[in-house]
Design a protein around this ligand. Structure first.
Ligand code: 5CA
Length: 433
């Protein structure tokens, strides 16, 4: 992409209302623009990040055998009356009337509609287990939307629903999902601590939240320090062991009854980026969803549901990965991998070198934002640091006279002078498709 033709409305100053760094940087870097309270438009750069996060989540859901579906955002109230949640959900649910005066709602979650699909289409234990997921917009009329996309009213969520014959197999699905979450968050460049949680309006008796540790987190967590050590390599984590370690939210933590010695207990603030539930037959009973078990008996399948806040993750990643100059994207989610900065647009040697590098990198699958604007060098470099692409390649007349380009790693700040060939080789090896 050529910056001169792109839509990248960056801001020098963060608007007053943005209180936390991720919100400030998302507005300044032109990722989102507020449409109304708690509702955001996603601009090109932000949309690329959102899609990259969704792709990684999707790959890890598919890996555990979950099937992707797409359910409507506007649903009839009838199913929600069957479960009792049309009334129970309270003011957070956005209720709508259609032209025939029928009650509709903008879905805050999808247990009812997923259970209805199972009720209509799954007949036998032989078809189980099933896990269905979608990546879809949700709406919750939060009383105090804040921190930008972190607590929005409209937000993007991955929500998955598992159906199993009995409690033991439902717990196996829960474990499988936990492994998928650990892999997902690791690929997003994050360490997410699973803590025992309240089940709230979803219901059930087993639930974990996944928290990114960050100073600006809304929740206060208490957890066994052993978790930090375990989570250093989440790919090898033993889920049973992980779940056996003490980790609680403030509301569930009781200092006088805590099994962990004070010196082994961490206290930290966290951002909840995922939440998983096992709630047995709560919805299958309420909606009368049954299947035939092996002995021919009709039973209610056991369910779990599993959420990830996709849009919230954009903010959470920035909270976990930024410096005083701006965002530092992990390579896996960066909107472009490389910022190619032409320091002297109009200089034939610089222009030719940039066009050449751009073509070669894109050919090997490395996405590039070419800064071919006529801003000052200082302004260009500040913008590139702000939007946080993992690598910067700077092409200027002085270096070119010696056949050299400057490559900067945004995270470490390290710079190297390399020939064009060496730049292409290094970046395609690291980032190429
Ligand atoms: N049905 C279950 C699991 S699919 C459910 O809805 N769980 S939830 O209520 O915990 O939401 C799942 C995730 O969505 C949360 O962990 C959080 O990351 C994200 N989320 C929830 N509310 C908001 C909000 N107002 N703004 C942004 N993200 C949110």
């Amino acid at each position: 992409m050529r910056a001169s033709q792109y839509f990248l409305p960056t801001l020098k100053e963060a608007p007053q209302e943005a209180q936390i760094i991720s919100h400030q940087l998302m507005l300044r870097a032109g990722l989102v623009a507020q449409a109304s309270a708690g509702i955001y438009s996603w601009l090109p750069l932000g949309n690329l990040v959102l899609n990259n996060i969704a792709r990684i989540i999707r790959e890890e859901q598919n890996r555990i055998g979950a099937h992707e579906v797409l359910l409507p955002t506007i649903q009839s109230a009838d199913l929600w009356r069957e479960s009792g949640r049309f009334d129970a959900y309270g003011a957070e649910m956005l209720r709508i009337k259609d032209r025939h005066d029928r009650d509709m709602l903008y879905t805050p979650t999808a247990e009812e509609l997923m259970t209805d699909l199972a009720r209509r289409f799954v007949r036998s234990y032989k078809e189980l287990p099933q896990i269905w997921y979608q990546i879809q917009w949700k709406f919750r009329d939060e009383i105090r939307p804040r921190f930008g996309v972190m607590r929005g009213r409209e937000f993007y969520m991955k929500d998955a629903y598992s159906f199993d014959l009995d409690e033991a197999s439902a717990r196996a699905s829960y474990h499988k999902m936990m492994v998928a979450y650990l892999r997902t968050f690791a690929r997003l460049g994050l360490t997410a601590v699973p803590v025992r949680a309240d089940t709230g309006p979803i219901g059930g008796d087993l639930s974990h939240e996944f928290h990114i540790v960050a100073k600006t987190g809304e929740s206060l967590l208490y957890y066994d320090k052993e978790l930090d050590r375990l989570m250093q390599d989440p790919s090898t984590v033993d889920v049973e062991r992980l779940m056996s370690l003490y980790a609680m939210e403030e509301t569930m933590h009781d200092a006088s009854n805590c099994p962990v010695q004070a010196e082994n207990l961490n206290q930290a603030r966290g951002i909840e980026v995922g939440h998983i539930f096992y709630f047995g037959t709560k919805y299958t009973e309420a909606l009368g969803a049954t299947i035939m078990d092996a002995s021919g008996k009709s039973i209610h399948p056991h369910m779990g549901s599993y959420g990830i806040g996709v849009s919230r993750l954009v903010g959470a990643i920035i909270e976990a990965s930024h410096d005083e100059r701006g965002i530092i994207w992990p390579e896996s989610v960066a909107p472009f991998k490389v910022a190619l900065v032409n320091l002297k647009v109009g200089d034939v040697a610089c222009d030719t070198m940039c066009a050449d590098l751009y073509a070669q990198l894109e050919k090997t699958g490395v996405s590039v934002l070419l800064d071919d604007t006529t801003q000052s060098v200082g302004a260009k470099l500040a913008t590139m640091d702000l939007i946080g692409l993992p690598w910067q390649v700077r092409v200027g007349p002085k270096g070119l006279a010696q056949g050299l380009l400057e490559v900067k790693n945004r995270r470490s700040g390290e710079t190297q002078e390399l020939s064009a060939e060496a730049v292409i080789q290094m970046l395609t090896e690291r980032l190429g498709a």
